[in-house]
Design a protein around this ligand. Structure first.
Ligand code: ADP
Ligand code: ADP
Length: 233
């Protein structure tokens, strides 16, 4: 579902590439955990999947990244909305509307869907994420875990086949983090969504992962495998 072929990313003015010669395959319907120390290129790798790198960051991407067969360099991130949904670290930075319901609807705006389909998808997503009772609430009044679920919901209404999240639990207390991870697990198991998630506190997430990708840094190749095998590395 996600494939990297010999991918290197170099930002303008940087002495060394942020990613070097990465080969990676994430099968459909798996939850893949991306780990590694700060600065090794986790966000860059996620950005190459969502198309933000290099469209919005500048720099150059060599090699090829495809998501559901679409090359993320030749499609604008907007054109990938029904393929890949991206949730950043800070849900507040993500929001463009006031209420929960409006935010979920906003994620579909570029897709040109009929009004009744959009309404149905909002309802379905409110239920899926346990947000139905919060639909009219201003997002600013929600807890961190609730806000993170709204951020996830706002990209899910586009029915992306891949969901990319950058440290979605790092700002959350353990209970809220569990809520968010339970939602991700449900997406993988019930809808067959492919989830790629970067975290630096891997102990929280590793039990949910089908595959772990470790970026060791220092220009070394990624270590890819089942959680137990990579943890033993
Ligand atoms: P991580 O997510 O693992 O912390 P990043 O992908 O954010 O790593 O960063 C990898 C390297 O690329 C770092 O040296 C960082 O400073 C640099 N970098 C990240 N984003 C940019 C950017 N937009 N422009 C220039 N350099 C960047
Ligand atoms: P439409 O595509 O017209 O919006 P539905 O909302 O009924 O139709 O969804 C079609 C199918 O998509 C349903 O079988 C539903 O289970 C599934 N589905 C629901 N949520 C998601 C999602 N977030 N990603 C992918 N498929 C989903």
């Amino acid at each position: 579902m996600i494939r990297f072929e010999q991918v290197s990313v170099t930002y303008e003015g940087a002495a060394a590439p942020a990613l070097r010669d990465v080969d990676l395959t994430v099968p459909e319907g798996e939850l893949c955990l991306l780990v590694g120390p700060s600065g090794v290129g986790k966000s860059t790798l996620l950005g190459a999947v969502s198309g933000l790198v290099p469209h919005f960051t500048g720099g150059t991407l060599r090699g090829r990244v495809t998501v559901a067969g679409r090359d993320t360099r030749t499609h604008r991130p907007r054109e990938l909305a029904d393929v890949v949904g991206t949730v950043g670290q800070d849900p507040l930075a993500h929001f463009v509307t006031d209420t929960v319901e409006d935010e979920l609807a906003y994620g579909m705006e570029s897709l040109g869907l009929p009004a009744d389909t959009m309404r149905r998808r909002v309802e379905e997503t409110l239920d899926l994420l346990g947000l139905a009772e919060l639909r009219d609430r201003p997002i600013a009044t929600l807890s961190g875990g609730q806000q993170q679920r709204v951020a996830i919901g706002s990209v899910l209404t586009a029915h992306p086949r891949v969901l990319v999240l950058d440290e979605p639990t790092s700002a959350l207390d353990p209970a809220a983090a569990e809520e968010v991870l339970a939602v991700l697990q449900r997406l993988v198991h019930d809808l067959g969504t492919t989830v790629l998630l970067a975290e630096h506190r891997l102990e929280r997430v590793v039990q949910y992962a089908d595959q772990v990708v470790l970026l060791p840094g220092r220009g070394e190749a990624p270590v890819v495998g089942a959680p137990a095998a990579v943890m033993a590395h």
